[in-house]
Design a protein around this ligand. Structure first.
Ligand code: PLI
Length: 461
């Protein structure tokens, strides 16, 4: 059997349990999206057909993970599942210490509190919404040091998540190393389109940071997907396993924040991991204030067990090939149809270039917000705005940030949708693309103070 050459890959699993989908009519969707203030976050899940809002917590768990849920040790202190998770984190990510948190932003809150002194800077390879907000709430100022290509939807670069070392060095020179709390390194970079960072760049960043006594905090949320890209794109890594690559990636950092809801195939969970004794001591103290005791951090024992088992499954090459292959399949079909998307195709999502869909709309008519609403109207598919609404406002001036990228993210939950769902999605995006000329945009009528994209409301212009 091994000698048969396969022409194509397929998912390395079959489906044991199904969840029915509900289809609605366009007339029904006209009402539901208006009631949701043209914000896909405010739609009810029952009114959504194919849900591509996020890959966060929306993954399908395996029978092995569900079996682990039954082995939840729900003791308040010292749960067996905590020790299983600790062992797996050490084995796969390599960090000495583990502090579980309810999800990624819980870990971001802890590390920001511990390492940032008011007035300090926190460079990073592009912002992420919750990460930057926690840095700001701790008195820090985020500085973007990603390469310029990352801000250009069409720039072809195999590692668009790379840090521009000149930008990082210039910041060190300008403000002084002691004014830099740490540097955050995302892998892959969500807001740039799920783009990976290279091992060579990770190594160089760590060298430059260490030379200046600056810590590197790694956002490992989708690091296994990043490891897959390193394996297939970076010379010298073709023969290494994902596990070996991941361990090397993490070795170029001092600590990691993690949202287990992505790579790790669970519906809830996260952690903070680190090598430094003092940081661990602080985090262990602080986690009891915000999350729960240091052996559960806001999670049930069963959730920690599912995450521990998810680490093992997510690190398999076949799994990552099918996961990233599905995203690539959708991207390539859209490219063939001439639909403008962020290139190269990223790891967890396809990002539609809303500026190219609607050149008639200035940014304050919210082209990406509009496009997400139009897609929902066409087919009941739910996507997410990643443009000016997500970017928010400057904490200094109060003005909108005007990001260069105005994108709509079609995010693929892991192991949830089939190729036929992908085809339906492509057809709907193409329909919206064909009808792009007459679209008039939106007006914001309600703006929350923090992370406004979640709850902002709009009206049609
Ligand atoms: O949603 P959390 O709190 O578990 O994780 C926050 C978080 C941190 N880093 C990165 C790169 C993320 O993508 C992230 C959450 N992302 C969400 C919710 C998303 O839809 O992409």
């Amino acid at each position: 059997m091994d000698t048969i050459k396969r022409r194509s890959w397929a998912e390395p699993f079959k489906i044991k349990s199904v969840e029915p989908l509900r289809m609605t009519t366009r007339e029904e969707r006209e009402i539901t999206i208006r009631e949701a203030g043209y914000n896909t976050f405010l739609l009810k899940s029952k009114d959504v057909y194919i849900d591509l809002l996020t890959d966060s917590g929306t993954n399908a768990m395996s029978d092995y993970q569900w079996a682990g849920m039954m082995l939840g040790d729900e003791a308040y202190a010292g749960s067996e599942n905590y020790y299983n998770l600790e062992r797996m984190v050490k084995e796969y990510y390599g960090y000495k210490y583990l502090v579980p948190t309810h999800q990624g932003r819980g870990a971001e809150n802890l590390i920001s509190h511990i390492l940032i002194k008011p007035g300090q800077y926190v460079p990073g390879n592009m912002y992420f919404t919750t990460t930057r907000l926690h840095q700001e709430l701790s008195g820090g100022t985020f500085v973007d040091v990603i390469i310029d290509e990352a801000h250009d939807a069409q720039a072809e670069h195999p590692f668009k998540g790379n840090v521009d070392l000149n930008k990082f060095e210039a910041l060190i020179k300008r403000v002084g190393a002691e004014k830099i709390a740490y540097i955050t390194i995302g892998a892959t970079v969500n807001m740039a389109g799920g783009q990976p960072i290279s091992m060579e760049n990770l190594r160089s960043v760590y060298q430059l940071a260490s030379k200046n006594n600056i810590k590197v905090v790694f956002d490992a949320t989708r690091a296994m997907e990043n490891a897959f890209f390193i394996k297939i794109r970076e010379r010298g890594y073709e023969k290494k396993t994902i596990k070996e690559i991941l361990l090397e990636m993490c070795s170029y950092s001092d600590a990691a924040t993690m949202s287990g809801k992505k790579d790790l195939l669970v519906n809830i969970g996260g952690f903070l991991a680190m090598n430094d004794d003092d940081v661990f001591e602080e985090a262990r103290n602080m986690v009891v204030v915000y999350e729960g005791l240091h052996t559960y951090g806001g999670l049930a024992g069963r959730d920690m067990e599912a995450m521990a088992r998810g680490i093992e499954e997510a690190c398999q090459f076949n799994h990552l090939q099918a996961r990233i292959g599905q995203v690539e399949y959708v991207g390539n079909r859209l490219i063939e149809l001439g639909v403008p998307i962020v290139r190269p195709i990223g790891g967890h999502a396809i990002f539609l270039d809303a500026k190219k869909f609607y050149p008639q709309l200035e940014q304050l008519k919210f082209p990406a917000q509009t496009l997400a609403a139009e897609l929902y109207l066409d087919s009941g598919i739910r996507a997410m705005e990643r443009g000016i609404v997500s970017a928010g406002r400057s904490k200094e001036t109060g003005d909108h940030y005007f990001p260069k990228l105005e994108l709509v993210r079609l995010t693929f939950p892991r192991r949830v949708y089939t190729q036929a769902h992908c085809d339906v999605t492509v057809e709907s995006v193409y329909e919206v693309w064909k009808n792009r000329a007459t679209v008039k945009g939106l007006k914001m009528i309600y703006e929350p103070k923090y992370l406004r994209f979640f709850q902002a409301r709009f009206e049609k212009l």
